[in-house]
Design a protein around this ligand. Structure first.
Ligand SMILES: [Zn+2]
Ligand SMILES: [Zn+2]
Length: 340
């Protein structure tokens, strides 16, 4: 017998295939991701001229550095094959958005940036030191604030793709920031469900979810500020969420102290993936309050930012695309126990 579990954030049903469920060990990534030689990697030292000019960089301490030279600790560049660009004329770009009945288009306005994790070609985020990952997270916040100043930007999505099956086209570890002129449906749905939950239950949806995760033994790790858990309705084997324990709507408002605790939680999760699942490909992404909502000062935001991490150990196909229904053959309770 399988179990149908409901994801109250995304309004989505997941089939937990208990009978087809496999032992945690059998999910270990088959395709071992090994970094290849770094010849002509545009994200390595001395190849800086292969990327578009940087928009932000942290130099190595105590070194004099010209823009786009080596000796950086972290570098942010526009994506060379940018999916979105701020070079279009917004007036003509937006006139079709939302105003027609069957076809809607707009020019691909927005920004698409790449945050190069470190000069190290081989070390993914889970293998980098605490200080370096804190710098990456601080850069997420800084770029968020800069891009949020653009009045046409409504949502900023920060993501990290790791490994070929995770969609990383360059193996040198990096994250990406997308500033978009619309709010994605998944965020709209989450916002609606957060509001509904507060109204009905007088408590936050995420706080209730964390409490429930504790009761069901779904917690993988927690510290003073953050909790890492396998959602009860996990779509994929070893899916994990990271959320602040206190309600906080906006990711970029995290203090230095919180950032350090968040970084610890993120590193521990990625290290567990690396060690226990043999360096699997994965995606993680930050869900935070839309920029649009921040601008409306009268509105008290009902949201709780979080990170969703999805190892890519199975293939999604017709049912997932056709019905937005996922079949997960790894029972989340067992996944949590395995990752603890
Ligand atoms: Zn490289
Ligand atoms: Zn979410």
């Amino acid at each position: 017998m399988s179990e149908l579990r409901f994801n109250p954030f995304a309004d989505q049903w997941v089939i937990i295939a208990i009978e087809r469920a496999t032992r945690p060990e059998s999910f270990s990534s088959k395709e071992v991701e090994k970094a290849k030689p770094k010849d002509q990697c545009p994200f390595c030292y001395t190849y800086e001229d292969m990327t578009p000019p940087e928009v932000y960089a942290v130099p190595v301490k105590g070194k004099d550095r010209l823009p786009n030279a080596s000796d950086w600790q972290l570098r942010v560049v526009p994506n060379k094959f940018s999916a979105l660009s701020r070079e279009v004329i917004p007036e003509t770009g937006f006139m079709h958005l939302g105003s027609c009945s069957t076809t809607c288009m707009a020019f691909g306005y927005g920004a698409h940036e790449v945050i190069i994790s470190s000069p190290d070609h081989a070390k993914s985020i889970g293998q980098l030191e605490q200080k370096q990952v804190e710098l990456i997270v601080e850069t997420y916040q800084k770029r968020y604030r800069v891009l949020a100043k653009d009045k046409l930007v409504e949502y900023i999505q920060i993501i990290c793709n790791h490994g070929k099956a995770g969609g990383a086209s360059l193996e040198h570890p990096h994250s990406q920031v997308f500033a978009m002129p619309f709010v994605p449906q998944v965020i709209k749905t989450e916002l609606a469900h957060f509001a509904e939950h507060r109204k009905k239950h007088k408590t936050g949806l995420m706080l209730a979810t964390i409490e429930d995760a504790r009761k069901r033994d779904l917690v993988v790790y927690e510290n003073d500020g953050f909790v890492v858990f396998c959602p009860f309705w996990s779509r994929m084997p070893f899916e994990c969420w990271i959320a602040p324990k206190q309600e906080q709507a906006r990711f970029e408002e995290m203090s230095a102290e919180q950032r350090s605790l968040f970084t610890k939680a993120l590193r521990i999760l990625l290290q567990r993936y690396f060690m226990k699942l043999n360096n699997p490909p994965y995606n993680y992404f930050i869900h935070t309050l839309p920029v649009q909502e921040m601008r409306d000062e009268k509105k008290a935001p009902e949201y709780h930012w979080h990170v969703e991490c999805l190892p890519r150990l199975t293939t999604q196909a017709g049912l997932e695309f056709g019905a937005d229904v996922f079949i997960n053959t790894m029972v989340p309770e067992k996944a949590a126990a395995f990752l603890r």
